[in-house]
Structures are given as C-alpha cells and as structure tokens.
Design a protein around this ligand. Sequence first.
Ligand code: SF4
Length: 215
Amino acid sequence: MKIGGLLRFSMSDYPGRPAAVVFTRGCDFRCPFCHNGSLLSARPAPDDPTAGEVLRFLRRRTEQLGGVVISGGEPCLQPDLAAFLGEVRAMGFPVKLDTNGHHPEVLADLIDRRLVDCIAMDIKAPLAKYPLLCGRPVDTGRIARSIALIAASGIDHLFRTTCVDALLDRADLAAIRALVPAGSRHLLQSFRAETAMDPALRRRQGRAVQAGMCH
Ligand code: SF4
C-alpha cells in the first residue's frame, strides 16, 4: 500500500461514525476540481506513513474509533488493497471505501470478499462529459458497471457529485441524477474553489460565484 496521509480522527468522512481516514497515493484521473492534488502522484513523499505504521495506529485506537475510511487518490489502484482491508476488518473496524468508480473488477472482488461495509462513489459528470471532468480519456462503460455493481451489492452506499458550476450546468446535474439507480442515495457536494488543482478553474469559479450562478 502506498499511503500518502492519515487523518487520525474525523466525524465527517464516515456517516454516523468517528473514523480514521487513510489516503492512498496515486490516481488515474486528473479532475481539474480535485483538492487532493498532493496525492495524485504515486511517488512516495519522505513523510508518508507506511502501511505498518497505519495498522499499528489503528490497533491502538480500536476503542476510540468506530470505522476506517480508505480514500485517496484512488484506493482501487493499490494491488494489496484487499490484504490491507482484511487486516483492518480483522481489528473489528467497519470499512468505508471512497472510489472514482473506474475499477469495477476491483470493486467486485472487494464486495465478493465482504471487505467493505460502505462505498462512496463519485459520479463526476454525465457520461459524455466524463473526460472533461476527469481530465483524462475515460472508459465510461467501466463507470456504468461500477454504478450498477454498487447499487446491486446490498452494501450501504452513496453516489456523490461535486457541483463545479464552471463545468456542470443544470441539465448536466439532471443527467447525472438519471444515472443514479432507484433506491440509491445521491449527495451533491460543494466545490471548494480555493483548493482546486486547476488554477484557471479557480478563477472561473470565482467569477461564477460572484455572478450568483451556484446551484
Ligand atoms: S478521482 Fe478523486 S483523487 Fe483522483 S483526481 Fe479526481 S478528485 Fe482527485
């Protein structure tokens, strides 16, 4: 596991649970609105915690924490993710996985092996606009497969969309809602312009907010 950070305590990342958040390194997307730019490179930084250090920390916090969130970056890129989650769950922690949904085969394996208790997947755009919102060419069939897989899993889950006014209009949000299966939750998240990876988007969003264009 390449881990780029550890948030030792959070009340806002795992619904209803005090949780630690483990941030994995590396992502296959380059979303212009990303606010975790320092995690996108898979190259380790000198102060990155090791997987062993994170697991030792979690073992000491089994009484205080009610869950562990695996976020990123994109956790599904880690070849030893299942083994890591197995160790976390063996400590008794429920696990929430944050994912961009581009790796349905990894999700299927984690679901089959009952290694996750909650999944939060981003639906970043209508499928036709995915490359714009992800900053990369995207196989949107993989996104659609992940949505269907998660919705049918029986596991607690939610889909999330960051409302980037400069890139998504009301028709886009309606098209995104149409991708969310009946019975699944869909959360709209505020865009944090000040931490966006793309400086041009920071400037454009600033003008949009001033013009009162937020949804
Ligand atoms: S998928 Fe998430 S971590 Fe990766 S670039 Fe997009 S917002 Fe950032």
